[in-house]
Write a protein that binds this ligand. Structure first.
Ligand code: P1T
Length: 390
């Protein structure tokens, strides 16, 4: 697809043409690990599947088109994408500025993989632009921007942060996993790179682990592609096919995720057993205005604090029947979890406490089931939480 079409059309077609041999309208899954060469070094675009694979290439082109970039790179997981990005662009002695609230696994990469390698990270609440500027050092090479954040759903001003970073020659990578390109386009707001856990909304069916990076910068793409091949954290062709298949309905699913989350967040906010709701679509959200400006919808993720702490939260999670108690997010099925115990256990308790990741903080990923059923499920579970409190 040469012409820049709407996202809904790109999601279905970008990077994919009917198979020239059979006419198959779906991308073939090319499982071959190696490709015949007409003579040594004389191949038809693919030589070895770690370096490149036709099914992966279709996915990479589709992802690039959706994010408004020119280069897409697929990885075996979101963590693999992040680690490859960091190793491509930082060297020992370099410094990274990251948001204060990150997915636990992303924090662990910065703290337990990059720090011992000599790349230090300063975490800062990026909703305070002065604090962000103060965290920048002469050796700062990269800003790692997750927005909305996991699990506190903070929203950071991508355009303002990119302008400050670019003025100092610092690269910005945005983890767009929660928003997806349907709701937020970081490259258009000034980011150099977008990163995804494709495990989540992009695949959308909780049956693949994958990651991706997209950029419109040829030099960055060259460095990233070199490391993608050299470090080798690539996805298999079947997983690439699954993500491509999931992408075809991304826009439809996101519409429903957003509609349901909006309704459930408002309902939770009015519930007597709920202390606090974090959702960028609520007027009470501290960065609601930024979310309205930079996102076309506030997303499908909500976190909230149930009164009564851990016993109440455990009672709630033990009572739900439609919501599944599980890590991850972004699938068609609704999930519920306790970040302090599950997804964010790798963050030190004191730091969790400071951020508001209390024992009573519950995170939900709103799926595509009937909103009324999801609300009834939570209502029963909140009743159980009330009984566990008294
Ligand atoms: O799990 P993996 O595909 O490696 O992606 C890591 C990752 C990166 N960035 C964000 C914002 C994420 O949420 C994740 C993974 N998160 C979960 C598994 C979770 O339940 O929050």
């Amino acid at each position: 697809m040469e012409r820049r079409a709407h996202l809904d059309t790109l999601a279905v077609h970008a990077g994919q043409e009917p198979d020239p041999v059979s006419g198959a309208v779906m991308q073939p899954i090319v499982l071959a690990s190696t490709f015949a060469q007409d003579g040594p070094g004389n191949h038809r675009g693919f030589d070895y599947s770690r370096s490149g694979n036709p099914t992966r290439q279709a996915l990479e082109k589709c992802l690039a088109a959706l994010e408004g970039g020119t280069h897409g790179l697929a990885f075996g997981s979101g963590c693999a994408a992040m680690t490859t990005l960091l190793h491509s662009l930082t060297r020992p002695g370099d410094h990274v500025v990251a948001g204060d609230d990150l997915y636990g696994g992303s924090f662990r990469i910065l703290d337990k993989v990059m720090k011992p390698y000599g790349v230090l990270t300063t975490q800062v609440d990026m909703s305070d632009l002065k604090a962000f500027e103060a965290a920048i050092r002469p050796e700062t090479r990269l800003v790692w921007l997750e927005t909305p954040t996991n699990p506190m759903l903070k929203v950071f001003d991508i355009e303002a942060i990119c302008a400050l970073a670019r003025a100092r020659g610092i690269l910005v990578a945005v983890d767009n996993t929660f928003a997806t390109p349907c709701l937020q386009q970081p490259l258009a707001l000034g980011a150099h790179m977008v990163m995804h856990s494709t495990t989540k909304y992009l695949n959308g069916h909780s049956d693949v682990v994958g990651g991706a990076i997209v950029t419109a910068d040829d030099g960055l793409a060259e460095a990233l592609r070199f490391h993608q091949n050299a470090m080798g954290a690539v996805p298999g062709p079947f997983d690439c096919y699954m993500v491509l298949r999931g992408l075809k309905t991304l826009h439809l699913r996101m519409e429903r995720h957003v509609r349901t989350a909006n309704a459930i967040a408002s309902w939770l906010e009015a519930h007597p057993q709920v202390e606090k709701v974090h959702y960028p679509g609520l007027a009470s959200h501290p960065q609601h205005a930024i979310a309205r400006r930079q996102m076309s919808g506030p997303g499908g993720m909500i976190s909230f604090v149930v009164k009564g702490g851990l016993p109440a939260a455990r009672a709630l999670l033990g009572t739900v029947e439609i919501f599944v108690c599980a890590e991850s997010l972004g699938g068609v099925e609704s999930l519920i979890e306790l970040p302090a115990v599950m997804t964010h256990g790798s963050i030190p308790a004191a730091q969790r406490q400071e951020l508001g990741i209390s024992d009573g903080l519950i995170r939900i990923s709103c799926g595509v089931e009937a909103e009324a059923d999801l609300r009834d499920d939570l209502a029963r579970a909140l009743d159980a939480a009330t009984r566990a409190t008294v």
